[in-house]
Design a protein around this ligand. Structure first.
Ligand code: 13P
Ligand code: SF4
Length: 303
């Protein structure tokens, strides 16, 4: 399957992008694996004719918006995102009527329609830097993630108005579970994704995007970590740090509840058939893409 994908990819001048939460086989076949920021940058700079996006729908939308003339295909159209779904664009438009003098900052985990309502897009990799660069008295509405928004507010002493959205994978993790692991592994440092609740972030030694957490494990001298994010990241963590030990924070001992079921929909056989048939193709309205592109370009300029 791997060889067939590689052959097709060459024939069709295609680029395979994958997120760190996808299964190991998918990460291995990808030309580039990254966090949302790095994937958006890779999509912006490619000269491939076809982009196969092994991630979730909003990530593929971002790639399409940045490359409207290229074919963007998604191995499984059902690979959505609960966080993006927690902010329907029509409800956000009504909400924003209360804040006409506010800048609208949206986390990249949102639909193209929400991006079109936003002034600047941020990722977990650049959110602090971008908000910090805005004047202190700038009024801001932050969508859709209340946890990332609250983290920015407390870190930078801001008072951004927060949309009440969350990721079902990160939001269900509990500080209790992190605390139990801390007691069990007292030498371990805690790494957390900013989509986790504030109670978890308060226990973390390092908070950052998937790429930032990976980078931290490579430069930090600690040998053991408690990791509060989606399970897929462990593959790259082990690869980069074969001698280190990682304990994933799970909300239950009986299930892998922090597997993102959307990310896990990407498989080699789906990538193969998507590449072969050049579908499912992501099609977006031209006017929507033009509106959604502006806040993404603003982010790329500022990060
Ligand atoms: P990163 O941008 O940190 O990779 O996060 C993406 C995501 O979907 C986290 O749930
Ligand atoms: Fe969306 Fe959460 Fe999955 Fe990330 S982990 S893609 S935020 S549902």
């Amino acid at each position: 399957m791997k060889n067939r994908i590689l052959e097709l990819k060459k024939q069709k001048n295609a680029l395979i992008l994958a997120h760190y939460y996808t299964i190991p086989e998918v990460q291995d076949i990808a030309d580039f694996v990254g966090d949302s920021l790095a994937l958006a940058k890779a999509a912006a700079s490619t000269n491939a004719d076809i982009i196969v996006f092994a991630g979730v729908h909003f990530m593929a939308e971002t790639a399409k918006i940045l490359n409207p003339t290229k074919k963007v295909i998604i191995p499984d159209l059902n690979a959505g995102c609960s966080l993006a779904d927690s902010c329907p664009a029509d409800q956000l438009a009504t909400f924003l009527q209360q804040y006409p003098d506010h800048l609208v900052l949206s986390y990249i985990n949102c639909s193209a329609e929400v991006k079109a309502l936003s002034d600047i897009i941020v990722t977990s990799g650049n959110a602090l830097k971008i908000v910090q660069s805005l004047p202190e008295d700038q009024k801001i509405v932050f969508t859709p993630d209340r946890n990332l928004g609250a983290y920015i507010n407390s870190t930078l002493q801001r008072e951004m108005v927060l949309w009440d959205g969350a990721c079902h994978v990160h939001d269900q993790l509990t500080a209790d579970e992190v605390f139990k692991l801390k007691v069990k592994y007292p030498n371990a440092k805690v790494l957390a994704h900013p989509e986790c609740k504030a109670t978890i972030l308060a226990l973390a030694d390092f908070v950052g995007s998937t790429a930032a957490m990976l980078q931290f494990t490579e430069t930090d001298l600690t040998m053991e970590y408690i990791v509060a994010t989606e399970t897929g990241i462990l593959y790259e963590m082990h690869k980069r740090n074969p001698d280190k030990i990682f304990h994933i924070v799970n909300s239950s001992e009986t299930c892998s509840c922090n597997d993102c079921e959307y990310m896990k929909l990407n498989s080699l056989s789906k990538i193969y058939s998507a590449l072969k048939n050049e579908e499912p193709e992501l099609i977006l309205d031209q006017e929507l893409m033009e509106k959604a592109k502006l806040p993404i370009l603003k982010m790329l300029e500022m990060s």
